[in-house]
Design a binder for this molecule. Structure first.
Ligand code: NAD
Length: 361
């Protein structure tokens, strides 16, 4: 039966990069029998302009009915001054919350061809392939009570609550173990169990869940040490699983090890494996409409969609190999440009990936 993908181009470079990702999906449909139907919807600033809010009911209904959502990016300076609840970014937070997308998968992959783009020495990062699994709907970002109160002394104090239930920990840790089982079979759970009770429970639950996955090795790191290890010797990691706050910080740090924001995809999954797939970068208003944005993060988001929601692992591999082939040919968009390489625009990069896919045996 054919699967439904909702396409949400969004704002800024969103429509340009999504156009290239759609070309890739089209090739897989035509040449490899991928049975998908695609529908388009509005989100972000584009939805605000057309429908008065960043996440129209119609978009949400389409997202609920779809098996997966592919998103470009949202936001732009023209919407920076509108009311907070109507800002483009609220559309993205809204769809993540409404769909119950609790597992954020953030790979930090550095193609060997781009090792020079990293701020670390090439030998430390060439071939880097880490998967950060971040819990996305709990922790201090959502815990109650929270607020700013005035004490008797008249001084104000701000407070938030770091809280995780066992079931929340179990389900995110299971996602990490499942993914690690398909990779190098190592999970590193990151917490602050030397100081925080919530982390002590996290560690205990991670240990308990690990018994269900005897083929996968579990280790633990305190978050401060994990941050240090990520910049000291990042290739030691396979899958890292952690809470919302620690994951927010560590996933950005890991992403930047690769030095190429235009290359990194992401996924946010619900309990049934339905997912929202998007590049980690934003709408890049500074280059929107110029035809120079790197579409590879969005194309690689399609590969993640095929792997994690549609279980089309072979087709996902094909896309990743096609991207590797294009980089081998020396084609580069501006963000990953290096001496001796051939600079291309958004459309030419997308066309090159399509050509590389067609050339595969
Ligand atoms: P950004 O990621 O949009 O851009 C940061 C820098 O990276 C810019 O110089 C940009 O030109 C460059 N860049 C980003 N993607 C690129 C690509 N594919 N190819 C080449 N260069 C690329 O971050 P920002 O400038 O802080 O934010 C711009 C807007 O995007 C804001 O409105 C912000 O709220 C929004 N934003 C959206 C998302 C999202 O949709 N998930 C994420 C982050 C930021």
């Amino acid at each position: 039966m054919s699967k439904k993908i909702l396409i949400l181009p969004g704002d800024g470079i969103g429509p340009e990069i999504v156009t290239e990702a759609l070309k890739v999906l089209e090739v897989l449909r035509r040449d490899h029998g991928l049975a998908v139907e695609m529908e388009q919807g509005l989100i972000g600033g584009a939805a605000y302009e057309a429908a008065g809010k960043p996440l129209p009911d119609e978009t949400l209904a389409l997202a609920r009915a779809a098996d997966a959502v592919l998103l470009g990016a949202v936001g732009g300076p023209q919407w920076d001054r509108i009311e907070w609840s109507l800002r483009p970014e609220r559309g993205l937070l809204g769809i993540r919350g409404e769909l119950g997308l609790f597992a954020n998968l953030r790979p930090a992959i550095l193609y060997p061809q781009l090792a020079a783009a990293s701020s670390l020495r090439a030998e430390l990062v060439a071939g880097l392939d880490i998967m950060i699994v971040r819990e996305l709907t709990g922790d201090v970002y959502f815990g109650q009570p929270r607020g700013i109160r005035t004490l008797e002394s008249g001084e104000r104090e701000g407070f938030n609550t770091m809280v995780y239930r066992e079931t929340e920990i179990e389900r995110i840790v299971r996602v990490a173990f499942t993914i690690a089982g398909r990779r190098r079979r190592q999970v590193c759970s990151v917490d602050k169990a030397n100081v925080l009770e919530v982390s002590q429970l996290w560690r205990e639950v991670a240990e308990r869940v690990s018994k269900e996955y005897p083929a996968v090795e579990l280790s633990h790191l305190y978050v401060d040490n994990a941050a240090m290890q990520l910049v000291r010797a990042p290739k030691q990691f396979d899958v890292v699983v952690t809470g919302n706050l620690f994951g927010d910080i560590l996933s950005d740090c890991a992403a930047m090890l690769t030095g190429s924001i235009g290359m990194l995809p992401s996924a946010s999954l619900d309990a049934a494996g339905k997912g929202l797939y998007e590049p980690i970068h934003g709408s890049a208003p500074d280059i929107a409409g110029k035809g120079v944005a790197n579409p590879l993060a969005t194309i690689l988001s399609v590969a993640m969609l095929l792997r994690h929601t549609l279980a089309q692992v072979e087709l996902a591999d094909r896309i990743e190999q096609a991207v590797g082939a294009v980089l081998n040919k020396g084609l580069r968009t501006g963000d990953i440009m290096a001496e001796g390489m051939q600079r291309v625009g958004t459309q030419a990069m997308g066309d090159a990936v399509v050509a590389a896919l067609r050339q595969q045996a």
